[in-house]
Design a protein around this ligand. Sequence first.
Ligand code: SAH
Length: 253
Amino acid sequence: MAVIGIMSAMHEELAAVLSAMPDEQRLQVAGRDFWVGHWQGHSVVAVLSRIGKVAAATTATVLLERFGVDTLVFTGVAGGLGSGVRVGDVVVADGLVQHDMDASPLFPRHEVPLYGRARFEADAKLAVQLAQASEQVLADAALHLGPSTLAEFQLNTPRVHRGLILSGDRFVSTSAESHALRQALPEALAVEMEGAAVAQVCHDYGVPFAAVRTISDRADDTAHTDFQRFIREVASSYSLAIVSQWLRQRALD
Ligand code: SAH
């Protein structure tokens, strides 16, 4: 039976996932708590990714090596970079790039040395499935969040985007930085701190990977505003609903 790994970037998201797993058991490896159990009839291992590329890569490697995970889905929040990518939207990765990788002039900027590539692809089928699940959840956003939260965070007609996500060991929180990222990688939709590293690990192991991120900020001078409350009240509900919808659909396929 397939074993699905679910990596959550935030404590609040993991708590929401665990509340949906009736039988989870905790196993500690490398100082991390891995939660092994079932969700909607699937074998699932849920874990907090930890923040940053190295921490997330270690977590992913343990999931694949120790827990035999053969499908890995990452959920979290990200800063919006693309012009129509607003707070409360969801971005599903088609591909991921480490925006802070730069071994030039030995290798082209952003290329990961010895891989011959900068971009790691998300699994196309998983990305389609997660985008569909996200569309369904956002169409019913009021159901998952409640009208007062929608109004408070001004989440009008949230949208699902698919495309390039950037990762790097930096919380991007100035307009100057996000402008520089847009200049360097114009097709990027969002920026976060883990996804491309996990995509690289999954590439090494030949395991399908997908990432879905709720936009928590615009990676600009106001990026820190209400970040924690947004995660608690919006992003955790979205992650839970999207993964739950995806698993339900997968059980029927
Ligand atoms: N205050 C948080 C830490 C947040 S670090 C805590 O105590 O847990 C930022 C997290 O959100 C990372 O997981 C990163 O992937 C994501 N993220 C959201 N917006 C981001 C941005 N503008 N730049 C980089 N990462 C961002």
